[in-house]
Ligand binder design. Structure first.
Ligand code: ZN
Length: 475
């Protein structure tokens, strides 16, 4: 029996504001426990929250980037539950009237375009963090994260395959990073994802009973966990069983999910409008101002890279996957206006090096301008394309500019006809058998001679000149 998976994602993105959502405490990561706290975020009686304007501005950016309708009036609500990392006994979130609704994000999967609907985006505060030590009979709580601003981006159940979920998440992460509102760091938890999964017979509209998957903290885990859950539900239904609505936790070490708790419904939280916070009113002037300052987004940039630089879709897609990477490419191309050559070097040598060292473009060991200057040396015939690879590695290792490395190591390309002729004649006289064979028709041996000459000159001979001289001397 066939089943169609139905997946919706809830993404929490931590906003990169300097201070928390309702108080002036710092949001910086990694401080000693409970040093970034005050009566407001500790939930002391009688304190009043004051909304951080930057949080609203950042949320508006995301709402616009994901084509949402922006509510001119929205409300904060209290979501009531008890947990030791939540000192107030409720979380301030948004419920009936979120700030943004009815948007969409386009993704590309296996060459096809898919539109994933955004149900809503709302603002809320984060909870604290519990620490559990195996050797101590108690747990610790750190309230530094309490009140750190989050946006929750809820998708429509439009996702049909684990790969689509992965592509959608990557697209969202790319957008929040382009907007400069979230660092998108999955490991540190500043970009988190929960998934709602159900399956149903194909060509039906009714949704099956869903389960919620928690703790999906890498792109790899998301796809694996979803596939596992789809298979698990299929197996249950195949033997006539029923799916239980529940929250399940993904265990990346064991590659399986286990039941955490029965899924709570919204009414379990007793939502009600927060009486300490006024309705949030957003005027047209503010919306226009945020819109004016919106940066170019990944899809638009990709299209521009294909038009302006005539790059193939693959190159444009990869180079615009990250704003800093796109900037690097453009800075390099400004100095050395041959886009495809720059693209090849950035995608090949530079990204290869960064991936091998598990670094990002921000830590690029060779600057865009230095790379451009090296490419100019190749173009001017000072060094060969082969030597350029050596020079590039040396630049990355030492931080020296290409010109200096070429001068110090004597890597200048040999373009002196007399010098090249000497080498060619030497190689020819050292290989009489091959010369014989070449003359009797084995012209493929030309490559062999070129190889010998390159070896002899440590790759410094100008290949075009070598070919010309060789052919002349062999005939
Ligand atoms: Zn505080």
């Amino acid at each position: 029996m066939e089943f169609e998976p139905v997946i919706g994602l809830e993404v929490h993105a931590q906003l990169k504001t300097k201070t928390k959502i309702f108080c002036a405490c710092s949001t910086s990561f990694g401080a000693p426990p409970n040093t970034h706290t005050c009566p407001v975020c500790l939930g002391m009686p009688g304190v009043l929250p004051v909304l951080n304007k930057k949080v609203v501005e950042y949320t508006l950016r995301m709402a616009m980037a994901s084509n949402c309708e922006i509510a001119r009036e929205s409300r904060f609500a209290r979501k009531n539950y008890f947990y030791p990392d939540l000192p107030k006994g409720y979380q301030i979130s948004q419920y009936e009237l979120p700030i943004a609704r009815h948007g969409f994000v386009d993704i590309e999967v296996n060459g096809g375009l898919r539109r994933i609907g955004i149900t809503r985006i709302h603002m809320e505060e984060d909870a604290g963090k519990l620490g559990h030590d195996a050797d101590r009979p108690f747990s610790r709580v750190d309230f530094n994260r309490t009140g750190v601003p989050l946006i929750e981006i809820v998708s429509e159940p439009d996702i049909r395959q684990p790969e689509e979920a992965g592509a959608y998440l990557k697209q969202l992460r790319s957008i929040v990073r382009y907007l400069g509102i979230c660092d998108g760091n999955l490991e540190e938890g500043s970009f988190r994802c929960d998934a709602n999964v159900s399956i149903r017979p194909p060509n039906t509209q009714t949704l099956g009973t869903r389960t919620e998957l928690k703790n999906l903290n890498s792109f790899k885990h998301v796809e694996k966990a979803l596939q596992y859950e789809i298979n698990r539900q299929k197996e249950v239904l195949m033997v006539g069983g029923q799916i239980v609505q529940e929250t399940r936790q993904w265990d990346p070490d064991k590659n399986k999910s286990t039941s955490m708790r029965g899924k709570e419904e919204a009414h379990d939280y007793r939502y009600f409008p927060d009486p300490d916070l006024l309705p949030l009113m957003i005027d047209e002037g503010w919306i226009a101002e945020v819109e004016k300052n919106l940066p170019e987004l990944p899809d638009a940039k990709k299209k521009r890279f294909m038009d302006q630089y005539e790059l193939p879709p693959y190159d444009a897609d990869l180079l615009t996957s990250d704003r800093e990477l796109a900037d690097y490419f453009e800075n390099c191309t400004r100095e050395f206006p041959q886009p495809k050559k720059v693209s090849n070097w950035v995608m090949g040598s530079l990204l290869g090096l960064l991936n091998a060292q598990e670094k990002t473009i921000e830590d690029a060991p060779v600057s865009a301008v230095d790379l451009a200057r090296m490419l100019a040396l190749v173009e001017e015939g000072v060094i060969s394309g082969k030597i350029a690879k050596t020079v590039f590695d040396e630049m990355a290792r030492t931080g020296k500019p290409a010109k200096q490395i070429v001068a110090e190591k004597g890597l200048v390309q040999i373009t002196d006809t007399d010098a090249l002729e000497d080498v060619v004649l030497r190689i020819i006289s050292n290989h009489p058998k091959e010369v014989e064979a070449y003359k009797s028709g084995k012209t493929k041996l030309l490559g062999f001679f070129v190889g010998q000459i390159m070896k002899e000159t440590r790759g410094q001979a100008n290949p075009k000149m070598v070919n010309e001289i060789l052919k002349k001397k062999l005939e």
